[in-house]
Write a protein that binds this ligand. Structure first.
Ligand SMILES: [Zn+2]
Length: 203
């Protein structure tokens, strides 16, 4: 019996540097070409043309449209910064809601942090509006989109902010501690690092 078929083969055709939207900074890439081959006994014999090309970030392995190589770092940085502010805002609300409806101290703390970070005044009412929008949000869906692109300082800033909100009412509940660990995990911190942070702020 003769066994024949087709198969896609990937090969690197070009490399360079680009602004990876997922890493949030300049990273090396490969352009990968996918070609279809006619196979005989599973051995690719006759090229049947190109099936497509894509760009792969060599740092995070994220795959993008080939055009991603031309992304403007300045525009991308601005976009990332906006996404980071959203992630910070929403994740603080998620942790404020961990122990039931957000109380005044929690809302004020979030308003203070957002004001400090953005340089424009956030009022408690702005925060209340956001609380409505965040019903059903989780740390996972708020932090994941930016986790890969954050520097150590950025990741630390998130944990500090979340902790300030959780501790705003003067006590840290088990549920809140659990959420801080889970945020640390999403951001790529070791459990030990979060433990150390928590004991440093306790004393
Ligand atoms: Zn990347």
């Amino acid at each position: 019996m003769i066994i024949f078929g087709t198969r896609g083969l990937n090969s690197k055709v070009e490399s360079g540097h680009f602004h990876c939207p997922r890493c949030g900074r300049d990273k090396p890439f490969d352009i990968i070409r996918v070609r279809r081959f006619f196979t005989l006994y599973f051995i690719p014999l006759i090229p049947m043309g190109e099936a497509g090309r894509y760009l792969e970030c060599k740092n995070c392995s994220g795959t993008f449209d080939e055009g991603a190589r031309y992304l403007d770092p300045e525009v991308e940085n601005e976009k990332f910064h906006a996404a980071f502010m959203q992630a910070m805002f929403r994740s603080m609300i998620v942790i404020a809601l961990a122990d039931g409806p957000a109380n005044m101290q929690e809302l004020d703390t979030i308003a203070d942090i957002m004001t400090n970070m953005s340089g424009k005044a956030f009022e408690t009412d702005d925060i209340r509006d956001m609380v409505q929008k965040c019903v059903g949000d989780s740390l996972d869906n708020t932090l994941h989109p930016v986790a890969d692109g954050l520097s150590d300082d950025g990741r630390g800033m998130v944990i500090h902010g979340l902790h300030q909100v959780a501790a705003a009412d003067g006590r840290l509940l088990d549920e809140e501690i659990k959420m801080l660990y889970s945020a640390g995990n999403i951001l790529g911190f070791r459990k030990k690092a979060i433990k150390k942070f928590l004991s440093s702020v306790e004393s």
